[in-house]
Design a protein around this ligand. Structure first.
Ligand code: ADP
Ligand code: ADP
Length: 239
């Protein structure tokens, strides 16, 4: 059954330029799909349309049987708890600890007045620790995020996206700022933990080889259009 369906999607930021042009694809629950394409192809815009961080102009996006384009504010919040996001620059709060950043993904900040980690319940903390341990960074739980390496910060970013147990996780160039060995660690973790939790992944990448190593399916985007859609072996045959 399809978890995400994109039909005839069009997006322009300005009247004179179409960024996404008649995009159509379908993602089944449990799939690991990569979107590849050069910088400026529209990959990031595509992901942002799916959880309506940007509004699209034409077409229909159906997620988990809900029409994304017609959701009201409350439904949009519900949608976003079902869709986690991982960003190229991690988007963590640098001055907060690792565990506070992860807990924020599910429970929101309790910082302004309540301030302290002690305000989270044991169950909430256990859940965060479970994920940090899975990603091998639990020993850094009480460090500030700005004391970690890029690869470690991205592991925190993944924990934060997964703690809400989303159905789908959108990853926007998750390894573009990392060296090859950190990139491999991130991709290995993303692949194994999403499979274990039954979470569907849609990942923007610009390296074809990485997409081929990890994906069930690959969508090629160029200049706002889908130029390829198929399995990794179909992509190899195409080259
Ligand atoms: P990619 O992720 O493949 O690099 P993007 O979706 O970031 O592509 O960008 C696609 C095009 O949309 C680029 O030409 C970019 O300059 C333009 N663009 C992205 N965001 C905005 C915005 N907020 N306003 C205007 N143009 C934008
Ligand atoms: P249901 O899933 O049966 O519609 P829920 O209690 O799960 O009911 O959802 C409460 C509200 O949030 C409903 O208005 C529903 O339409 C909306 N909603 C639920 N799941 C999603 C989702 N994945 N995406 C968007 N909206 C959703």
């Amino acid at each position: 059954m399809s978890l995400l369906q994109v039909e005839g999607l069009d997006k322009s930021y300005t009247a004179d330029k179409r960024i996404l042009k008649n995009i159509n694809f379908d993602i089944k629950a449990g799939e690991f799909v990569s979107v590849i394409g050069p910088s400026g192809a529209g990959k990031s815009t595509l992901l942002r349309c799916i959880n309506r961080m940007v509004e699209f102009n034409e077409g229909k996006i159906t997620f988990n049987q809900h029409d994304v384009g017609s959701l009201n504010k409350k439904e949009l919040r519900q949608l976003r708890t079902n869709i986690g996001m991982v960003f190229q620059h991690y988007n963590l709060v640098p001055r907060l600890t690792v565990i506070e950043n992860v807990l924020h993904g599910r429970f929101g900040y309790k910082t302004t007045l309540q301030g302290l980690l002690g305000r989270y319940t044991e169950e909430e903390k256990d859940r965060a620790f479970y994920l940090l341990e899975k990603l091998g960074i639990h020993e850094h739980a009480y460090k500030r995020c700005d004391q970690l390496s890029g690869g470690q910060q991205q592991r925190v970013g993944i924990c934060r996206a997964l703690i809400q147990e989303p159905k789908l996780v959108l990853c926007d160039e998750p390894i573009a700022s990392l060296d090859p060995s950190s990139s491999k660690i991130i991709m290995d973790h993303l692949k194994s933990i999403s499979a274990e939790m039954g979470i569907t992944c849609l990942v923007n990448l610009h390296q074809v080889e990485v997409a081929q190593t990890y994906s069930d399916r690959i969508i090629g985007l160029n200049n706002g259009e889908i130029v390829f859609s198929g399995t990794r072996s179909e992509l190899s045959a195409d080259q």
